[in-house]
Design a protein around this ligand. Structure first.
Ligand code: F6R
Length: 249
């Protein structure tokens, strides 16, 4: 079931989600357990990571007992490439908090055997006890992670082909569409549905149509995010522009 949470603006939305994550981290730490977070990249979660860094610096939020698993990575990009998602995570979050480096996981875009590396990634998530809270963005194709349509609940971590719309949407970061990789490694829709909680963030009018399809259309592989309707604890955290096409409730 999707709970819709529309905030007055994205700053308010991000503050609420960061406070939620901070509560989870502190609860787990008090119980002597690690919090396992699933993380996304892209432009949407950047202000969330900035707020988590602020909570670390100004309010003593420690990441020593946090383990993270990122959703995806471009195939062919190593951790030193400035468009790799490992690089992004280091710059946006990991370099600024006290998380143990060995507790941060991003799929390996250079793995010689992507199928074996993907299976190992699934095993690592299980060995960590599963993901407590997964942060998601949504692509205009309806992708979550890099699960482009068609993709459904049976999909697990694997190498995928990127949709041309996704490549165009990311071309600005690379400066030239020819430089945008054609493949990526991503957690599957099924991997995401196994997370105990899911929080999907979306801002701006450009996401309004796909947010409506994901939240309201009958779940189908044509809009992988629509399978989140089958998740028992999924929040869509939106600003008013991203929520503008939803039916009145
Ligand atoms: C990123 C990811 C993608 C993005 C989506 C939205 O790790 O998995 O699904 O969340 O493409 O990207 P932005 O936030 O740049 O609009």
């Amino acid at each position: 079931m999707i709970r819709l949470r529309v905030h007055p603006d994205r700053a308010a939305a991000v503050t609420a989600v960061a406070a939620d994550i901070a509560g989870l981290i502190r609860d787990r730490a008090r119980a002597g357990r690690r919090a396992v977070l699933g993380l996304a990249t892209g432009s949407t979660p950047i202000p969330l990571y900035a707020e988590l860094v602020r909570l670390h610096r100004e309010e003593g939020l420690s990441f020593r007992h946090v383990t993270t698993f990122n959703l995806d990575e471009y195939s062919g990009l190593g951790p030193g490439h400035d468009q790799s998602y490992r690089w992004f995570m280091q710059r946006q979050l990991f370099d600024h908090v006290d998380i143990p480096p060995a507790e941060t996981h991003v799929p390996d875009g250079l793995a010689p055997d992507p199928a074996a590396a993907s299976a190992a990634y699934e095993r690592a998530i299980l060995a960590a006890g599963g993901i407590d809270l997964q942060v998601l963005g949504i692509g205009r194709t309806g992708h979550i992670g890099f699960n482009e349509p068609p993709a459904g609940p049976a999909t697990r971590t694997r190498q995928v082909h990127l949709d041309e719309l996704t490549r165009r949407d990311n071309a600005a970061f690379f400066g030239d569409i020819a430089k945008v990789p054609r493949h990526a490694v991503t957690m599957g829709v099924g991997t995401i549905l196994d997370c105990r909680r899911v929080v999907l963030l979306a801002w701006g009018e450009g996401k309004a149509d796909i947010v409506r399809r994901a939240a309201e259309d009958t779940p189908s592989d044509d809009c992988p995010a629509s399978w989140l309707q089958r998740h028992p604890a999924c929040d869509f955290v939106l600003d008013p522009a991203a929520a503008a096409k939803l039916s009145p409730r």
